[in-house]
Structure formats: structure tokens, C-alpha cells
Write a protein of this length. Structure first.
Length: 89
């Protein structure tokens, strides 16, 4: 039974990946945050599915994508802090 559940994990993982990518493209910081966490959840789901199926390149890809997503978060935060506020005029 567990093998069948993990086999089906690829479909929710795909749906979460697509939804997260949609949210990441939003101008709303809240929606981008949802996309960030959704993408990390989908990375974990894909890694579980990949481990079960022996797809080790897929697991490596998910770690790389998660690292790039986290890097992007820190880079965006540091750029936002470096921008002068338009409220200070």
C-alpha cells in the first residue's frame, strides 16, 4: 500500500510545483511567499518520490532548486534593504 501511495505522490508534487510557480510570479509579496514555501514543499515531495523510485538525479536536482530558491530569497531581501525608501522624502 505504501508503494502505491508514493507512486501517486508525483501528481500532487506536480500540482504543488505548478501552483508555487504561479504564485512566485505575482507582484504581491504575500503570494510570492506562498510560492516560495510551496516550491520548497514540492522539492521535498519530489525528493521522496525520487528516493522511492531510485531517481537520484531528480533528488540532486531538487536540492539544487531548493538552494537556488533560498538564495533568491536572501538576495531579494538584501536588495530590498539596500533600496532607499521612497517614504523618506
Amino acid at each position: 500500500m505504501t508503494d502505491e501511495l508514493i507512486d501517486w505522490l508525483q501528481w500532487p508534487a506536480m500540482a504543488v510545483s505548478v501552483a508555487a510557480a504561479w504564485f512566485l510570479g505575482s507582484p504581491s509579496p504575500l503570494k510570492r511567499g506562498i510560492g516560495f514555501w510551496g516550491m520548497l514543499v514540492s522539492n521535498a515531495m519530489w525528493a521522496v518520490w525520487g528516493w522511492h523510485d531510485g531517481a537520484f538525479a531528480l533528488i540532486a536536482l531538487q536540492f539544487c532548486l531548493a538552494a537556488m530558491n533560498i538564495r533568491g530569497l536572501f538576495k531579494a531581501e538584501s536588495e530590498a534593504e539596500a533600496k532607499p525608501s521612497s517614504d523618506s522624502s
